[in-house]
Design a protein. Structure first.
Length: 839
């Protein structure tokens, strides 16, 4: 057994052993309420049947009501996730006001892409502890995070460097785990839905001894099914167990472990290019080739451009431990540690991602294999103090937190790219792809004939089959070792100089380090034999030949501020204003052989959010609402300016791969303005009446990009916009809501809708062969009109222990795209039925 998990397994055994021992050694009843500080707690340990909570610590770590938090907050409780049948993070964020979800493929196969207020969402927390997408499974697996393991998901829109550190001024997502309660209870859900989807959910917990000082909970899911796309199959399971131990009225311990596994087979990583340009008989010297524009928009949603042998398997294990000590009723020390290990294995064969031309019996072909190992450790320790000043309750938190990420990636692929030259797809040229020995450079920018595709049964290449036999270092094209860490102290103060006035002041002194590099080996001969020629990397600079890769190091130290003012207008309504900061590194420049003037890395990109608005909590904060106006800005965005003649050399050119190649060097890197966005949002969530629940939100957004690119003459501008979402065009208006009503004590019905305004993406991407853009003169092919998706649900209580629920998604069977580039569609009309049993 892996030594990482041995202490956690031991703690589980000890916990069960103590369940009987402590029944005799501890007094009959410990008043668990005595370990909480005086005053009503705003942030609940677990949510109830509402669609909101009273308070949250996600934004500042302070125990603030939602109407006291000077940022926009959305909370998805387990009750709402069950009512809407939201089973993973993708589905939760898709229904979150102000969040845009881009999907390149089915959940778990394509990389997750989330945007808020025009910026990518890359900040996460796990029970308030600093996290990242790797600690949650990685860029593909995080979308499949099983929502049933969590009591709620909290989304804080805007910059949140105080709680999450490095990132964009977009939003942060906090996963709040389910915790043991004293009262024993259980739940079993049996679900069946469209495309033969079967799912089982189980949840049971309660006190394990008479004195209720030891409590436990076990949660599990199992899922198996197909997809609306042909030939795709999905299997997954998740397991989570947690124990709380309260040996005294001042101390409490928590131990937990979870495992999530997912296997998707037969799926592509991306869909067909929606509109593409193909060339014939291209002359690289003269550039005079006939072009044809190919439209793939009429391909049905069920079409699958992935090979039948493709798969993505991932397993993510997470352990965590917490300790809380109450010095008295006013001061509490809290520590938390979590560690996650993830292994993923992706094998893919995608047809038509960079060009699809059935008229010419041709398409591009991307194939390969990626195997990743992530190891992430995060910790948090803070002191929480509450005191009286100005005859008002105050709160001060000071702490230290950090996270470290290490990653090893093995690549076994060369993907096709550039423009689609249909002459590359001649059968005489494809013969080598069916198993004959081939030259390594043959397949770099090649096409395949569609006659060979045969609905995904296209064979793996000969050298791929060799790698299948031996996936050790002899088969590697590259191995990368990456590491990053961030850590630092932070503080937050809730100061009330008067009953009607509250100031929230905080900040984080952030240190961020990044280090990466690798070792390389190439396919060496034409006899399906791989020659290992790996070389360890130096610590600095460029390697002298193509068998080595460049190491990079980067360190950033900076203070990130947080400030807000809340004015009480009435006992239930507040006005607020806030300024929050965040930063991220200029790591996009690592793809270029150049530095900022004077050498070294460019300064980090800093971002901030300014927000003003009105918030309220009605009926004892059971119904929360907010109206806010926001602006988001970035500084130190990379620019490329002409400064004279200069040549930056790469050591990867030439026939032998180790000759100098001169990048067009009469440019110098600098910094300038970044993206800006502004707009307003309106949110309503909670219980309107004891029988009526709702969550709704409207967002109006305007974004200004730092470049006119991607279709511009500024070479770096193209890369910057592509790196930071140039292929993403945010809708300027979105409206989402879901509401449910108890018509009788037994019958509950609900309806939801998400409306997205039309988008008009600019053309993107340039062909590497001639510098022309794929769709530069056909932009309307990328436009998507506004659309709305309607969902309905009904639940009928058979008796006090059992209920029957039905959900129908995309009721009108609306066809819509889930990204700006490919023809990958959202789910068509679907339905599911569930038997829910509680005891």
């Amino acid at each position: 057994m892996n030594s990482l998990w041995q202490p956690n397994c031991l703690s589980i055994v000890i916990a069960f052993a103590f369940s009987s021992a402590y029944a005799q050694t501890v007094p009959d009843k410990v008043n668990l309420n005595e370990i909480t500080v005086k005053g009503a707690r705003n942030t609940p340990a677990q949510s109830n049947g509402n669609y909101t909570v009273k308070g949250s610590t996600s934004a500042t770590k302070l125990d603030l009501k939602l109407k006291e938090t000077p940022q926009s907050v959305t909370v998805f409780t387990q009750q709402q996730m069950q009512d809407q049948n939201l089973q993973n993070l993708d589905q939760v964020l898709e229904e979150t006001p102000g969040i845009t979800v881009l999907q390149d493929s089915v959940t778990g196969m394509g990389e997750a892409q989330y945007y808020s207020r025009g910026f990518p969402v890359d900040n996460y927390q796990l029970d308030g502890v600093l996290a990242n997408k790797y600690l949650l499974g990685g860029p593909r697996f995080i979308a499949a995070q099983d929502s049933y393991l969590y009591d709620r998901v909290e989304i804080i829109r805007g910059s949140n460097g105080l709680s999450t550190g490095v990132g964009d001024p977009a939003a942060s997502v906090n996963f709040v785990r389910k915790r043991p309660m004293a009262k024993k209870s259980g739940e079993l859900n049996l679900k069946y839905g469209s495309w033969n989807n079967k799912r089982v959910e189980f949840d049971y917990g309660g006190a394990l001894n008479k004195s209720q000082t030891l409590r436990g909970r076990i949660v599990g899911t199992w899922e198996d099914g197909d997809s609306f796309m042909d030939r795709i199959k999905r299997k997954s399971h998740a397991f989570y167990t947690v124990f709380d131990w309260t040996p005294t009225d001042k101390d409490s311990f928590t131990f937990g472990f979870s495992r999530q596994h997912r296997n998707v087979t037969g799926a592509p990583t991306k869909g067909l290019m929606r509109y593409s340009k193909v060339t014939q008989d291209y002359d690289f010297e003269l550039g005079d080739s006939p072009t044809h524009w190919i439209d793939a928009r009429d391909v049905p949603p069920s079409f699958n451009n992935g090979a039948e042998w493709a798969f993505n398997k991932a397993t993510s294990d997470n352990m965590f431990a917490e300790y809380k000590h109450h010095f008295n009723d006013h001061i509490k020390l809290q520590t938390a540690y979590t560690r996650s290990r993830t292994k993923s294995d992706l094998r893919y064969g995608d047809m038509g991602v960079n060009g699809y031309a059935p008229q010419f019996n041709a398409a591009t072909y991307d194939f390969g294999r990626e195997r990743d190992k992530y190891d992430d450790k995060a910790f948090d320790i803070h002191l929480d103090s509450r005191f009286k000043l100005f005859e008002q309750d105050q709160q001060f938190i000071v702490g230290f937190s950090g996270i470290r990420h290490t990653q090893t990636r093995d690549d076994y692929n060369f993907s096709s790219s550039g423009e689609l030259n249909v002459d590359d797809a001649k059968p005489t040229g494809i013969a080598a792809m069916t198993g004959e020995p081939i030259d390594r450079n043959f397949y770099l920018w090649q096409a395949i004939p569609l006659d060979y595709w045969n609905n995904g049964s296209y064979p793996m290449l000969g050298y791929n089959r060799a790698w299948e036999k031996k996936l050790g270092p002899d088969g590697l094209i590259s191995r990368d070792h990456l590491a990053s860490e961030q850590y630092g102290p932070y503080f937050a103060l809730k100061l009330k100089p008067a009953k009607w006035l509250t100031a929230v002041i905080g900040g984080r002194w952030l240190t961020w380090r990044d280090k990466g590099g690798g070792k390389w080996s190439f396919y060496k001969n034409k006899n399906n034999v791989i020659t290992d020629d790996t070389v360890e990397m130096p610590d600095e600079g460029y390697a002298p030949d193509h068998n080595k890769s460049r190491m990079y190091h980067d360190t950033v130290r900076k203070f990130v501020p947080y400030g807000g003012v809340i004015v009480e207008l009435t006992p239930t309504i507040n006005a607020y204003a806030s300024y929050t900061g965040i930063l991220k590194t200029n790591n996009v420049l690592r793809n270029r052989p150049a530095y900022g003037e004077g050498g070294g890395w460019l300064p980090p990109i800093t971002g901030n959010s300014k927000e003003v608005g009105i918030k309220g909590g009605l009926w004892n904060d059971k119904l929360n609402f907010a109206l806010s106006y926001f602006t988001m800005t970035q500084k130190n965005y990379p620019t490329l300016e002409p400064t004279g003649s200069r040549c930056y050399e790469w050591k990867y050119g030439g026939e032998n791969g180790n000759e100098p190649w001169c990048f067009q060097g009469d440019w110098e890197y600098g910094t300038g303005k970044g993206y800006t966005s502004r707009g307003f949002d309106i949110n309503l969530a909670g219980q309107i009446t004891p029988k009526w629940r709702m969550q709704a939100g409207f967002v109006k957004l305007k974004i200004d990009k730092p470049y006119d690119a991607p279709n511009s003459s500024n070479d770096l501008g193209d890369d910057m916009n592509l790196e930071y979402g140039g292929t993403y065009t945010a809708p300027d208006k979105t409206f989402k809501f879901f509401t449910s009503y108890d018509f009788t004590p037994k019958l509950t019905m609900g309806v939801g809708m998400r409306w997205v305004s039309g988008t008009k993406p600019k053309p993107w991407g340039h062909g590497l062969s001639n510098g022309q853009y794929y769709v530069s003169d056909k932009p309307k092919a990328l436009w998507q009109p506004s659309y709305s998706i309607w969902n309905v649900m009904a639940r009928y209580k058979i008796n006090k222990h059992a209920a029957l629920a039905v959900n129908v998604g995309n009721l009108t069977n609306k066809r819509y795209y889930t990204n700006s580039r490919s023809n990958f569609y959202g789910k068509p009309r679907n339905a599911s039925v569930a038997l829910k049993i509680k005891w």
